[in-house]
Design a protein around this ligand. Structure first.
Ligand code: ARG
Ligand code: ZN
Length: 883
């Protein structure tokens, strides 16, 4: 059943308080709920509809009196309806039985490695008890947990522990009370054999908060980085947003079986263990960075999500876009801003752009859904974060902070909408952001064209913009968007030109009369726009869309010479990288066309020189260098072709990499030898940057597959004392299938078979291999003793990894499609959310040639007709077919 934003209605009944009791058992769990209900409007007497799924109703009472089936209430597969509840407030008592042990969907209450835990967002609470499972119903909760004391010594829920004690028959209990009103999706319970790393944080107002990170005993030593991240996040939110933690206890629990990354349940965050556990030997720099970002993300939700929540699920980006923006800023401040920006923009381009151009394209605030879980997307999260970033770009740091302050002042304790956020931003600044709200309702990536011209007589420089938002499913015609374009101008020596005044839309605007200004933000919000800079003494090279000031595709008239110039001189480091990427994309596209016409491939020498000068520039940040010498991904290039050709793009990317490795061998060797680890592992930007550069150089060198280079990489593998360098060396070697590769893979497994998180990396590396016919190897790995279809991380590593190799997933013989089709049907019976994520790999099937289209379509049809298919997979597969 499809749900629409336009059908939103306020609930007729509200809940004042909820008292829950869980009797956790091995074969079944009994949940008793006691709710204080009141009508939203006095005197109304409509039926009260509660959501529920996979529940066994044991009893239901209103004000202490048992209700009669069909007379007093009706029950179907998804609802319990109280036909005519009392007028006015009443007490509702419901007892249900659930079966967490057999809950493989990992939604609601389930067991992961012997630990009971919950995941309620978006609509999982209805698998625990009958409830108005919607975020605009906010209530105060208490939660009593009863369980066997030996098996489940630790009993956790939201808020404060107010009582605990022993019961008969080896049972014990704990009673928790959360003083803050919350929607059901923020409810959490954990019970099991866990130990904690304990620490504390003193808040800006001097309150001491106990911090605990819970894991199985043997993993506690690996929680140091997570604790460091949590304390850093708490401090950062106080300093940057003035937001203080609001309880005396903050718990984090790590579980191995989790559909997503983590969940921000009030004061009891539950995490996928891969986003908590780290040691230098077992986790890579990438893992350390993700942990920092996600621990921050979930913590930041305490204000953006929990204290102020969403009115309905269409508003998801209100909390997620904003919280992603906050975690991006946090990671920037803790590390290196331009490098973080490059990583975030790459993610947007590689994952969100394809979604925006495919059958699942939806606005940051979707108009409808069948399964909400399918809308925890890169569009809602990452494009949503870009929308928040644009407010900051338009209003400035101070203006943005004013807007945030007003947002909390107005809406603390409420469930609100994206318009409420917009209004707070505008009102706090007396700003009129015109058609900015289109960013929430129009899907598709805007394409912006810009043409520049210089008038030497008038000393003016003109930028003419035009925009086009491509049609997307259900939205054939689009309105213009409000696009902030940050611009700077470079003179012929590469220096920034001071910007004094600007003429646009018939008005003259002073940019600066005193202090020189080098970057200004153009407000381009019509179909076409012209901006004229005056007092420009010579023809400048414009640096456009600095810092990537809007989530658009920009098509400019910059020449290759301009781009090389920007690559060498732009003071905006993001745009410096961007210039290199633009050159690489152009080069790759032209070589792809040569390849398709069977012309010999040759590399433009000035491109090699450009890369060489970046590589040997000692003033640049090393991680920046590593990113600047890395070519755009295959997906990005395929995206720009009328018909995506995975084989041609792959061949060209390999060709360029080998050619660069050959011609820059000395520089790359120097990058390896100059950047070896001087001592034990340190997690800071300088050390990560050094490792990143060394590892990128190793991967280049290994493409040459020369014996002495292979020896070099092999010795790096053997001497590595941390996972970052060990894994990178193995991945470099794995580019060339054969004996060395096999031996290293076997050695690695032997070393790490006891650590499932490391084994997942080993699965992923093999799954992503571009070796011809790798699908057979992946099929074999499905039967590997360490693989388990019920664990999402393993599925993401092996199946997800395989779909990440375009040549193998899109193999001409259809073997990749057939493999994924089979897996999806099997997986759907275990875990629909995970199956649905996997089936998304098919969604862009129409981008390929006719043979591939037919093969992919056949698999989608097979999936859609499978018996007992979940709504999750149905929604993605059917929308993919329909588009
Ligand atoms: N709110 C969580 C976060 O921090 C994600 C929850 C996802 N749940 C789901 N069923 N898709 O981003
Ligand atoms: Zn989130």
């Amino acid at each position: 059943k499809e749900v629409f934003l336009k059908d939103y209605k306020k609930p007729d009944y509200l809940f004042e308080s909820v008292d829950l009791k869980f009797q956790l058992g091995e074969d079944k769990t009994i949940v008793s709920s006691n709710i204080a209900v009141y009508p939203r409007e006095e005197g109304a007497s409509s039926p009260l509809v509660l959501n529920g799924s996979d529940l066994k109703l044991l009893s239901i009472k209103v004000d202490g009196k048992d209700l009669k089936m069909s007379e007093d209430y009706k029950l179907d597969l998804r609802h319990l309806t109280l036909v005519s509840p009392p007028n006015g407030a009443f007490k509702l008592e419901i007892v249900t039985e659930i079966d967490p042990i057999h809950n493989t969907s990992l939604e609601g209450l389930y067991k992961s490695s012997g630990v009971f835990c919950t995941q309620c967002e978006a609509e999982g609470f209805r698998k625990i008890t009958f409830y108005q499972d919607r975020p605009d119903v906010m209530a105060k909760y208490t939660c009593r947990i009863e369980a066997n004391k030996e098996k489940y010594p630790v009993l956790l829920s939201n808020g404060n522990l107010i009582e605990r004690g022993d019961l008969e028959d080896g049972q014990h209990y704990a009673l928790w009370e959360d003083p803050y009103k919350k929607p059901s999706y923020l409810f959490a319970l954990v019970a099991g054999q866990l130990e904690s790393r304990d620490d504390s944080f003193v808040t800006c107002s001097g309150r001491k908060v106990a911090l605990r990170i819970w894991t199985p005993a043997q993993d506690v030593p690996k929680t140091g980085h997570a604790m460091y991240s949590l304390k850093a996040a708490m401090k950062w939110d106080e300093e940057v947003f003035g937001l203080e933690y609001d309880l005396d206890l903050f718990n984090i629990v790590a579980v191995p079986d989790f559909n997503m990354g983590a969940m921000e349940n009030k004061s009891l965050n539950i995490f996928n263990s891969k986003l908590v556990l780290a040691s230098p030997e077992t986790a890579s720099d990438g893992d350390y960075a993700s942990i920092l970002g996600v621990i921050g993300h979930e913590y930041f939700h305490n204000w953006t999500g929990n204290r102020v929540t969403c009115r309905d699920w269409f508003q998801l980006s209100l909390k997620e876009g904003l919280t992603v923006f906050r975690d991006q800023e946090f990671s920037s401040d803790m590390g290196c801003r331009p490098v973080k920006r490059i990583a975030d923009v790459s993610k947007l381009r590689n994952y969100q752009f394809p979604q925006d151009a495919g059958p699942m394209a939806h606005p940051v605030r979707p108009h409808s859904y069948i399964k909400m879980d399918n809308f925890y997307t890169v569009t809602v999260y990452e494009k949503g974060a870009e929308v928040v970033r644009m407010y900051k770009t338009l209003l400035g740091a101070t203006g943005f902070r004013k807007g945030m302050d007003l947002y909390f002042q107005r809406h603390d304790g409420q469930a609100v909408t994206c318009e409420d956020f917009y209004a707070a931003m505008c009102n706090a600044n007396g700003a009129d952001l015109a058609n900015f709200l289109q960013w929430y309702s129009q899907a598709g990536t805007p394409c912006v064209k810009v043409v520049s011209s210089y008038n030497a007589e008038a000393k003016t420089f003109t930028l003419k913009f035009s925009q086009e938002v491509p049609p997307t499913p259900g939205q054939p015609v689009k309105e213009p968007m409000f696009i902030p374009v940050a611009v700077g101008l470079l003179d012929s020596t590469g220096k920034e030109m001071p910007l004094s005044s600007l003429y646009s839309n018939g008005v003259q605007k002073t940019i600066s009369s005193g202090e020189p200004v080098y970057t200004t933000v153009l407000h381009f919000n019509k179909k076409e726009g012209e901006f004229v800079f005056s007092n420009i003494p010579e023809r400048p090279v414009p640096s456009l869309l600095r810092g990537y000031s809007a989530p658009i595709r920009l098509d400019s008239d910059l020449t290759d010479a301009d781009l090389f110039f920007l690559l060498a001189h732009d003071s905006d480091e993001f745009n410096r990288w961007e210039a290199g990427q633009l050159l690489s994309r152009k080069l790759m596209l032209s070589l792809v066309s040569d390849f398709q016409q069977q012309k010999p491939l040759a590399l433009n020498p000035s491109f090699v020189d450009g890369i060489r000068s970046i590589l040997s520039n000692t003033t640049l940040d090393k991680e920046f260098i590593s990113k600047a010498i890395t070519l755009p991904g295959e997906g990005e290039i395929m995206d720009m072709m009328p018909v995506a050709d995975p084989d041609a793009v792959h061949a060209v990317r390999i060709f360029i990499r080998k050619e660069l490795a050959l011609q820059l061998k000395q520089e790359l060797l120097a990058a390896v030898t100059n950047n070896r680890s001087p001592g034990p592992y340190v997690f800071d930007h300088e050390n990560m940057a050094r490792r990143a550069l060394k590892n990128t150089a190793l991967v280049y060198l290994a493409t040459l597959n020369e014996p002495d280079l292979t020896q070099l990489v092999l010795s790096e593998y053997k001497s590595a004392s941390n996972m970052t360098e060990q894994f990178a060396a193995m991945a470099a070697l794995a580019q060339n299938p054969g004996q060395v590769c096999d031996e290293v893979l076997a050695d690695f497994y032997n070393k790490w078979q006891h650590d499932y998180l490391v084994v997942n990396k080993w699965f992923a590396l093999q799954a992503m291999s571009d070796a011809p016919g790798n699908v057979e190897n992946v099929r074999k790995l499905l039967n590997h003793p360490a693989f388990d279809m019920r664990n999402p991380n393993k599925v993401y590593s092996l199946i997800g990894g395989f779909c990440g190799s375009p040549v193998n997933f899109h193999a001409k013989d259809g073997s990749g499609y057939k493999f994924l089709g089979e897996v999806v049907v099997q997986l759907d019976k275990i875990n629909p959310q995970v199956a649905s994520r996997m089936v998304s790999a098919f969604s862009r099937w129409k981008r390929y040639d006719e043979d591939r289209q037919a093969l992919a379509k056949a698999q989608l049809e097979m999936i859609v007709s499978a018996n007992g298919l979940s709504e999750n997979v149905y929604e993605i597969a059917s929308k993919s077919l329909a588009a």
